[in-house]
Design a protein around this ligand. Structure first.
Ligand code: ATP
Ligand code: MG
Length: 359
């Protein structure tokens, strides 16, 4: 009798646009890997998203979170389509899952791949690698505010959009960032705010950062304003290791990071519930890209990288590293989609990664 094979139950939510194409790509890679033995995956696919909205008036069913709760992980594509207002589709699906499952840490590595040209054009791109840690439960995306408030003498409608910062929320994401820094070659955490202009929440963030940093004397720290950090991403990326920032700031910086690495289509991410009380969710950083959807042109590398992060989360480190190495081998050989200067289709890149795995 062979050793028992671990079975993982994974919920797939391809959702909209190229989300469907890249989730299919990631699933193909994981299915090839499981064929090699060691573990198996029981997939269940949920047809939620903008088409579901057209039929039911909601992005996912009322009891959708309960349906997902028993899974070991969620593999997500992208949400958003021109037929549904963006804030409705985002809050109705992706943010509902992130908030409902307390996925408060969003980890977004910025990875430079061989064979893919970066707009940075630095000699030492291969040595660049940093990770954006995004506070994923509060901040500017707390959903606090309102419209149609009584206007005070200005005539037109007014709207208020507030950001929420809590000591608990700041502290847990910072400890997460410092713990992550301890696993990296360069033990450094940069904290990003705009605390010169936003004097309440972000000053609390700064206070908590100083306090938490004192518990990690072995980790180098720096505090950088978000505008200066945007410049630093371009001018001195070699100085970065872990970058921790609030929900909005980290969202913007991670898009910048993936663009510097060559394309939005390359970036992987994990929405983690670090306590593991609820399933975590793995998804590429990019959106549904309606402009290229349905043409087989989507770069699957970000989604495949997210699948590798999912494997790591599930304790399959070795297989996660094999997927990452296969992707590198494929881009190094010049098998690339159009967004990174190649001519290959989504399926061709995916097939090349599967072939490289050699299972
Ligand atoms: P969201 O609001 O969901 O973040 P967005 O409006 O920022 O979405 P994306 O869908 O992320 O936009 O993509 C922006 C553009 O980048 C797309 O229109 C597309 O041209 C390109 N792009 C994004 N992801 C990919 C990918 N995987 N492969 C190729 N091109 C991509
Ligand atoms: Mg975007």
């Amino acid at each position: 009798r062979g050793a028992a094979v671990t079975e993982f139950r994974i919920a797939a939510i391809p959702a909209d646009g190229i989300g469907r194409e890249v989730v299919a790509a990631g699933r193909a890679v994981l299915d090839a890997l499981q064929a090699g033995g060691g573990f198996s995956i029981a997939w269940e696919e949920f047809p939620w998203g903008s088409d579901y909205y057209a039929e039911h008036g909601v992005m996912m069913p009322e009891d959708g979170l309960a349906a997902l709760e028993g899974f070991d992980a969620i593999y997500f594509g992208a949400v958003g389509w021109p037929t549904v207002p963006d804030h409705v589709s985002l809050w109705g699906l992706r943010l509902r899952i992130c908030q409902g499952f307390d996925q408060w840490a969003n980890v977004r590595p910025v990875q430079f791949l061989p064979g893919i040209e970066s707009p940075l054009r630095k000699a030492d791109e291969a040595a660049l690698d940093w990770v954006v840690v995004r506070e994923n439960s509060e901040g500017e995306y707390a959903g606090l505010g309102g419209r149609n408030l009584a206007s005070r003498g200005r005539g037109g409608e007014i709207a208020v959009q507030s950001a929420l910062f809590t000591e608990v929320g700041c502290e847990r994401i910072m400890r997460f960032a410092f713990d992550l820094a301890r696993t990296r070659t360069r033990r450094k955490v940069a904290s990003v705010t705009k605390s010169n202009a936003q004097q309440y929440g972000m000053v609390l963030w700064d206070d908590v950062f100083r306090r938490v940093a004192a518990d990690y004397p072995d980790v180098e720290t720096e505090r950088v304003l978000v505008d200066a950090m945007a410049a630093k991403f371009v001018l001195h990326p070699e100085d970065l290791s872990v970058v921790v920032a609030s929900n909005l700031n980290a969202d913007i910086l991670s898009d910048l990071g993936s663009a510097l690495a060559g394309s939005l289509g390359l970036a992987a991410s994990a929405n983690l519930n670090p306590e593991r009380r609820f399933p975590s969710m793995f998804e590429p950083v990019h959106g549904s890209a309606p402009d290229i959807a349905g043409r087989g042109a989507a770069n699957p590398v970000g989604a495949i990288g997210s699948a590798a992060m999912m494997l790591e989360h599930l304790g399959r480190r070795e297989e996660a590293a094999r997927v990452a190495a296969a992707v590198e081998a494929v881009t190094a050989r010049g098998v690339r989609t159009r967004d990174v200067g190649g001519t290959a289709s989504t399926d061709e890149v995916t097939a090349a990664v599967v072939a490289e795995l050699g299972v």
